[in-house]
Structures are given as C-alpha cells and as structure tokens.
Design a protein. Structure first.
Length: 309
C-alpha cells in the first residue's frame, strides 16, 4: 500500500493569493496522479507542526505549497529534536511564494503543474541541511534547521525590511529595495568568524552560509554551493563601503561578486559567527533572532523530489 501524500498549504503566501488558488492546485495534483490530504497553516510555525504530525501518521510524501519560509518550516517538521520523524519520507515543493529561491538550485519549475509532475514522477535527491544556533527574540538560546541559505549582518537587516514590506512587487524588487535601504543606515561591524579550524577577525558587512546557491529573490550568492557535498559554502564580505556595495549590487544576481577583493570564499562543517554586537540573522528568508550564531551541516538529511535527468 502506498504511503499517503499530504499537502501543507500556506494560504497567506504570495500575498494571500495561495489562499484563493490552492483548490485549483489540488485539482492539478489529482490530474498528475496524486491524491493529497490538504492541511492549511494558520500561523507562523504551524507548517512545522502539521508536517511532523503528518509524518507520524504515516505520510510518505509531503508537498509544501508556499514560499521559501513555508518550505523551511516544513523541512523542520521532518525532525523531532535530533531524530528524523520518518527517514524514508520525501519532500516535494510547489512554490507559491514571492522569492522561490530554494527551488532554483534544483531546477524545480515555479509553474505549479510542472512542479506537481515532478512531485508525482520526479527523481529523488538526498540533500544536506544546515543547522543554526542563535539567540531568540526572548533572549534564550534557540536553534533550527535551514534548507537553503542563512546569514548574519546586513542581510538580516535587509530581510527584516523586505518582510515588513509585504513584497507587493515580488521578492526580487523587495529585496533589492531592502538592500539599498539597509546600506544607507548599516555600519559594518567587527566579526570573529571560526570556519572549522580557521579563524578570521576583521570588520565585515556580512557572513553568508549556504547549502544552496540563491537567496533574496534571485541573488546567486554562492554559485558553487552543492546541497549534497557534506559542507556549507561560506562568503565573508569584508569592510566594503556603502558606495562600493551599491555599485556592485547587480553582480549578486549573476554570481560575479565572488571576485570582489573583499569577498572571501570558504567551506566548512561548522561556522561560528560572533560580531562585537548582536546582529540579526537571516534563515531561509526569515529573521528568527540574533548573533552570536553557530552554523553546522547535517549530511544526507532530507529526500527531495527533483526533475528526472
């Protein structure tokens, strides 16, 4: 007997459009040979609870219908503490958000009908996940997994601005505008960055830790990142001036910023980031807390349905 399929739907994604259109996506899923049990999220964090519950009930495939934040919450629901709830279960993504950065690395289409065909018939790729420990809004230690990209520094400020905007013109415009807005008031800080056994101490604009390649509405932030190589790719953006950063912002979308003299690339399995003041961290597009932060890798942690070769 085939294990059930559950579709976790965030009706608030895509500025509420998903709330109106998800029944059509379900019809398309059935046409693709899927028969999903639909579960609607009601609040932040609810997708994690719904996913965990569905897996405990025997679901074999979870379809995340929403944006990158929804995908991240669903990924966290695949685990209960240290342990996977159902190690053989698989994730499929039908992106209905504004950014849809996670799917870019895998070539999963944004078109829902094509994405559903991959959910029904695609190949399975076992990927790594990141894990970050940080200070939560209540001042207590917190941690979560991330599927895509996490960072500390100016990107956290920009993510806060973009998320407050509601992204009415889409994530690319929202994050570009937020980045420019953040540049104006942001001051680079002195960071201590420990990447495995290598220690850096310098004034930085950002430290970005990536499992996949894209974030912030299409910025190709770490072009060489591979989500199944057992390491996290790291970009340490040094003491770049406001003018220099603004002049090079367009290069982030092409991935050519990595040749900038103040861009340092590295890889590691543990990255500790300690600025000389608390700074917001960004995790899969959300801002769950502040530094200091410690990033780690969980190799081969998630089974993802991707386009067949």
């Amino acid at each position: 007997m085939t294990a059930p399929t559950v579709m976790v739907v965030n009706p608030a994604s895509a500025n509420g459009k998903t709330g109106r259109r998800w029944p059509g996506v379900v019809r398309d899923a059935k046409a693709a040979g899927l028969d999903p049990d639909v579960r609607l999220t009601e609040s932040p964090g609810h997708a994690t609870e719904l996913t965990r519950q569905a897996l405990r009930e025997g679901a074999g495939l979870i379809i995340a219908l929403g944006g990158d934040g929804t995908v991240s919450e669903v990924v966290n629901g695949f685990f209960d503490g240290e342990a996977a709830v159902s190690p053989a279960a698989e994730l499929a993504v039908v992106c209905r958000g504004s950014g849809c950065d996670f799917i870019r690395t895998f070539g999963i289409p944004k078109d829902s009908q094509r994405a559903l065909r991959i959910a029904a018939e695609g190949a399975v790729r076992t990927i790594d996940l990141g894990r970050v420990s940080f200070t939560g809004p209540d001042g207590k230690p917190a941690q979560r997994r991330f599927a895509n990209v996490a960072s500390a520094g100016m990107t956290g400020v920009a993510a806060e601005i973009a998320n407050r905007s509601g992204k009415p013109l889409g994530a690319t415009v929202a994050f570009a505008w937020a980045a420019v807005s953040a540049i104006v008031g942001y001051r680079n800080a002195r960071f201590t960055v420990q990447i495995d056994d290598r220690r850096l101490e310098r004034v930085c604009n950002n430290v970005i830790v990536a499992n996949c390649r894209y974030f912030a509405g299409g910025m190709k932030i770490l072009p060489a990142a591979e989500p199944d190589d057992g390491v996290l790719d790291v970009l340490v953006f040094g003491d770049i001036s406001k003018r220099d950063l603004a002049m090079n912002l367009h290069k982030l979308y092409r991935g050519t910023h990595v040749t900038h003299p103040k861009a340092e690339l590295d890889r590691g399995v543990r990255i500790d980031v300690t600025p000389d003041q608390p700074l917001p961290i960004e995790v899969d597009g959300e801002v769950p807390g502040t530094t200091p932060a410690s990033f780690g890798i969980e190799p081969a942690a998630l089974r993802l349905r991707v386009p067949a070769l």
